[in-house]
Structure formats: structure tokens, C-alpha cells
Design a protein around this ligand. Structure first.
Ligand SMILES: Nc1ncnc2c1ncn2[C@@H]1O[C@H](COP(=O)(O)OP(=O)(O)OP(=O)(O)O)[C@@H](O)[C@H]1O
Ligand SMILES: [Mg+2]
Length: 588
């Protein structure tokens, strides 16, 4: 099962943040706008108590009511301007955030798409999906809310301190006595919550991969009556998740009252100071009101900052994972100056090819054979002999370690992969159809092909009959309910797809599963249509396909055991003759 790799209790890594900021570069002018708006809007709030003090001390206390009206107007105006800037700011930041996310997601998708198959062999599907969806989504919080609001919070705190200092330096010093206590409280809270959050994320990842595997394997789950066990497994994961959530809620429920308490203490200090100093003229009523408001304003950003640190931290974990996927360099690149390849002229040759998937287990050993233009080669051999691996190499899905694969006498490595794959059509052992229409599945490699041509191909291969009986004929979506195709039908569609490419080289990995006699005849007939006059390599299980081949290659544990025609190999009485007796003798 896909287990998420989790880094626990990670600290914020600023190098990563810098890398992340690179994605913000195209929007730097918007960002400058955002920063200006942040500066403006963060000052507007703390300005209010400052002005209130002037209004109280210079106008209310002195009975100057005309001046007071003006101050009320100013305060009212400030509130409106503050609302407007905040509105503009959050629109702007969400706008930037969404664009950055789009860019990151596209970059990630393109990168993953270009990776070699070896990456997909070793990376669980669930992990790739999580990267491109969830992890990018976590970054959303960072861009749309986190960073900007954090900057804004810090600005607000600085502005408040400035205004406080301007109002009364003594009282400011007294008030910030609370600060160390606040810092300690938020430090403890942050540390606790960080640990819980990491555990929660792990649990969510576990849940995702569990559900992923569960749904993929639904047939097996139901066949082998695993529902009860699955339920209890899921219940356990779910339960742990809930307990962790409870824990984090508990921390929040403790932290917020503590902040509230500290803010009350600060207020108490101010009131106490006022009670002893207002009489002496060192302090005014306006200052008392202003400071009461300042303390109130001061604690909110401090509390928010502590909370947002966690957002920041989980985005760092997410970006770390995204970047590590972006850093995966498992690609098979074209050699510099790779040549065009538009037509097969002489043929394909494997010359002493050695191959291993993982670098330790040798899969192909000294494999040599050749297929001339127009010839059909059948490869036969036991399961696991390495037949499909030969095809993987010919399609450049994997790099071979020894020997050389030549196309028209040139190394396959010197040919552009895109051209190579355009000229080779492969029918894989496991047919994969996209959830698109039948027609689109057939014309997959060629968007220039017309409906008439598609139908023509389907007729040639005997697929037209069943396709036209589907609910919407060629427009039927193959994944939709009611249009589920049988194995044989899917195979015929994949034959059509291969033929629609009009390939120079046809590769067919015949499925081992046998189907009913009628479809079997249909498939046999279409295979013979496809192979006619085409350079082809067929991994054959059907006697009819094998006999039709110009030459047969018998693969045994990754080595070429025999080659020859059907008659020659039978006469030789070797491995092929034995295979033939075992597999086909009773049938024929
Ligand atoms: N992607 C892969 N990564 C690692 N090992 C692999 C991979 N694909 C196949 N193998 C191993 O390579 C060996 C040959 O596999 P291959 O698929 O070529 O056999 P095959 O001859 O096509 O068998 P079958 O007739 O069952 O399709 C097997 O032992 C298999 O375990
Ligand atoms: Mg195979």
C-alpha cells in the first residue's frame, strides 16, 4: 500500500520558500501593488485609536463640539477606506494565488508526464495524484491568505507600537511587559500543534491511499468478501484521524483563552496606571481610551500570526514534496542531434542486447535477432520470459544496458523518440481505452483522420458490426454505463487504433486470455489483416498467429533459445516443439 513519506516536525525552510517565490515572479507588479495596499490597510486600523485620543482630549474634554464632528467624519472615512483597501487586497491576492497555482500544477503535470516508465513502476498512483491536487491546494492557502496576511499582521503590530509610543512611551513600556508571556504561550502552542498537524496529514494520506487501493480493487474485495476487514481497517484510520483532530482543537481551545487572559492583564495594567496618573495630568482620558483600543488590536494579529505559522509550515511540507517530484530526473532524453525518422527502409535489429529493469536482475541476456522490412516475427516463450520487455525497449520506454538496437542500421538512441513512436503502433497486452468516444479512441494518434476512414478501418478489422450496435455507435463513450465493452471488443478497438496510425512497424502483444470462438475467429481474421505486408513483431499465443509469421523466435529466461519457421522448429524437436505439444497439440 502506498504509504506517504512524512517529514515530522519540520521547521520552515527558507530556501524552499525562495524557490516557491520564483513562481511569483511573473506577477511581481501585482505583488508590489499588494504590498502597497498591505502597508496602507495595516496602518488604517491603528490610526483610529490615535485619532480618537485627539478627538477626546482636544475636543470632547474642551467642549469643542464643532471640531468633534470633523473627527467623527475622519474616523468614519478611515473605516470606509480601510474596508475598500482590504477588499482590493484580498481580490488581488486571490487573483495572484490562483494564477500561481495554475502555473505550479501545469509545471508539475508536464514534468510528471515526461518521466520515464521506471518512475511509474516505483511511484504509487496515489502519491502522484496527491502531489498534483492536494499538495498544490495546500499552497493555495499560503498564497491567497497566509503570506500576505502574515506580512499585514506584522505591519499592524509595528504600526500599533509606533502609535502607542507616540501616545505615551511610559504606558507602552508597561503594556509590552506582557509580550514575553505571550511569546512563550504561542511558542508552546505552535510546537504542540505542529506535531499534531503532521500526524493529521499522515493520517489523511493514509486514508487517501487506502481508499484509492480499495476502489481500484473493488472486484477483488467483493469476490473475496473482504468488506468487513476493509471496514475495520478504515474505521481504525478514521478513528485515529478524529482523535488527532480532537487534540488539535483542544490546543486551540486552550490557547485562545490564554491570549484573552493576557490581553485582559494588559488592560488591567493600563487602567491601574490611569487611576494613579490621570489626576496628575500625566495621562488623559483620551489616552486611556486609545490604549484600551490598542491592546485590543494588538492581540489579534499576534494570535493570528501564531495560527498562520502552521499554515506556512504545512505549505512548506507541501512545497517540499512538490519540488522533490519536480526534481525527479527519470527521463529518457533524446540524444543531442537526434535524427528524424520518417520511414522504415531496411529493418530492425537487436544486437547482443542486455537489459535489466532495476540494475540487478538481468531480464534480457545477449538477445540478437532481426526483422526485415515487410517481415513478421513471432516471439514465443513462457510467461516472464521477457517478451514484453523486448517491446518496452523497442519503444524506448526503458534504457538497455548492453548491446545495441538498430533501426535501418542506426542506433535507436540516435532517433527522435517522438518520430519513433509515431511510426510504431503497439497493441499492448492490457488494452487501455480512454473515457472518450469509440471514434476518439481509434483516432487517438491521428487527429487528421476522418469518421469515414475510422469506419473503413473498423470494417476491415471486423469491428464495425458491434460498434454500430452500441447505444450511440461511434460516439458512444466507452466508459459510460451501459457501454461497458467485453475484453475481445476492447481488443478489436485497440487493433483499429493501431491500424489508424498507419504504422511502419506494428507490434502486437497478444493477450493470453482466450475468448469465445466467434470473437476468436474475428480477432484471428483481424490480426491477419493487420499483419499483411507490414513489418511486425508479434508476441504470439495463438497457433494461427505463430504459423502465419515468417520467423519464430523462442525466448527462454531472457535468452534466445531458437529461431526458425514453424516447420523448421518442429522438425528440430527442441523447446518450440515441446511448447507446441503442450499448448496446441490437443487443440489442433
Ligand atoms: N516494470 C518492471 N519493473 C521491473 N521488473 C519487471 C517489469 N516488468 C517486467 N518485469 C520483470 O521482467 C521479467 C520479464 O517480464 P516480461 O513482462 O517481459 O515477461 P513476458 O515474457 O512478457 O511474460 P507474459 O507472457 O506473462 O506477458 C519478469 O520476471 C518480470 O518480473
Ligand atoms: Mg508480457
Amino acid at each position: 500500500m502506498a504509504q506517504e513519506q512524512e517529514t515530522d516536525a519540520k521547521r520552515v525552510d527558507y530556501r524552499l520558500l525562495r524557490r516557491l517565490l520564483r513562481f511569483l515572479k511573473p506577477y511581481k507588479f501585482h505583488l508590489v501593488g499588494g504590498v502597497l495596499l498591505t502597508l496602507a490597510s495595516s496602518a488604517l486600523g491603528p490610526l483610529r485609536p490615535f485619532i480618537t485620543r485627539i478627538a477626546v482630549d482636544d475636543h470632547i474634554a474642551k467642549g469643542d463640539l464643532d471640531g468633534l464632528v470633523m473627527f467623527i467624519g475622519i474616523i468614519f472615512g478611515l473605516v470606509i477606506i480601510q474596508g475598500a483597501t482590504q477588499y482590493a487586497l484580498s481580490l488581488l491576492m486571490t487573483w495572484i494565488g490562483q494564477r500561481v497555482l495554475l502555473d505550479i500544477r501545469n509545471t508539475l503535470f508536464n514534468h510528471v508526464q515526461a518521466l520515464a516508465l521506471r518512475f511509474y513502476d516505483t511511484t504509487p498512483v496515489g502519491r502522484i495524484v496527491t502531489r498534483v491536487t492536494n499538495d498544490v491546494e495546500v499552497l493555495n492557502e499560503l498564497f491567497s491568505a497566509g503570506v500576505v496576511l502574515m506580512i499585514s499582521d506584522i505591519m499592524v503590530i509595528l504600526w500599533i507600537l509606533t502609535f502607542m509610543w507616540n501616545t505615551s512611551s511610559d504606558l507602552t513600556l508597561l503594556t509590552i511587559i506582557i509580550l514575553p508571556f505571550l511569546l512563550v504561550a504561542s511558542f508552546i502552542f505552535r510546537a504542540k500543534v505542529r506535531v499534531v498537524y503532521n500526524k493529521i496529514r499522515q493520517q489523511v494520506a493514509r486514508m487517501n491511499s487506502f481508499i484509492n487501493e480499495f476502489i481500484t480493487g473493488m472486484t477483488v474485495v467483493q469476490l473475496f468478501r473482504q468488506e468487513k476487514r476493509m471496514e475495520s481497517n478504515f474505521r481504525a484510520i478514521n478513528q485515529t484521524h478524529r482523535e488527532l483532530q480532537d487534540q488539535s482543537i483542544m490546543y486551540y481551545a486552550t490557547f485562545f483563552p490564554v491570549v484573552e487572559f493576557l490581553s485582559s492583564v494588559a488592560l488591567a495594567i493600563i487602567v491601574w496606571y490611569a487611576s494613579t496618573h490621570i489626576g496628575t495630568g500625566e495621562m488623559t482620558v483620551g489616552m486611556l481610551i486609545a490604549f484600551a483600543q490598542f491592546t485590543e488590536m494588538f492581540f489579534r494579529p499576534v494570535r493570528d500570526l501564531t495560527e498562520k505559522y502552521n499554515t506556512l509550515q504545512s505549505s512548506v511540507v507541501a512545497s517540499e514534496r512538490i519540488f522533490s517530484m519536480l526534481d525527479t530526473k527519470l527521463t529518457i532524453d533524446d540524444a543531442p542531434g537526434a535524427q528524424l525518422f520518417d520511414e522504415l527502409k531496411s529493418g530492425i535489429e537487436f544486437s547482443h542486447v542486455d537489459f535489466s529493469y532495476d540494475g540487478t536482475t538481468q531480464i534480457l541476456k545477449d538477445v540478437s535477432f532481426s526483422v526485415s522490412r515487410g517481415e513478421t516475427l513471432a516471439i514465443v516463450g513462457a510467461t516472464g520470459a521477457g517478451k514484453s520487455s523486448i517491446i518496452n525497449l523497442l519503444c524506448r520506454f526503458y534504457e538497455y544496458q548492453g548491446g545495441e538496437i538498430l533501426i535501418d542500421g542506426k542506433s535507436i538512441r540516435s532517433v527522435r523518440q517522438e518520430d519513433l513512436r509515431r511510426r510504431i503502433a503497439v497493441v499492448l497486452q492490457d488494452v487501455f481505452l480512454f473515457s472518450r468516444s469509440v471514434e476518439e479512441n481509434i483516432s487517438l494518434g491521428r487527429n487528421d483522420i476522418s469518421r469515414e476512414e475510422v469506419i473503413e478501418i473498423a470494417k476491415q478489422l471486423g469491428a464495425h458490426g458491434f460498434i454500430s450496435k452500441l447505444p450511440h455507435g461511434y460516439d458512444t463513450n466507452v466508459r459510460e454505463r451501459g457501454a461497458v465493452l467485453s475484453v475481445g471488443q476492447k481488443q478489436l478497438i485497440s487493433f483499429c487504433r493501431a491500424l489508424a496510425q498507419d504504422p511502419d512497424i506494428l507490434i502486437l502483444d497478444e493477450a493470453t486470455s482466450s475468448i469465445d470462438t466467434e470473437s476468436e475467429q474475428l480477432i484471428e481474421a483481424s490480426i491477419s489483416t493487420m499483419l499483411k505486408g507490414r513489418t511486425s513483431i508479434v508476441i504470439a499465443h495463438r497457433l494461427s498467429t505463430i504459423q502465419r509469421a515468417d520467423r519464430i523466435l523462442v525466448l527462454h529466461k531472457g535468452e534466445v533459445a531458437e529461431t526458425g519457421t514453424h516447420a523448421e522448429l518442429l522438425a528440430a524437436g527442441g523447446l518450440y516443439a515441446r511448447l507446441h505439444t503442450l499448448q496446441f497439440a490437443q487443440a489442433s
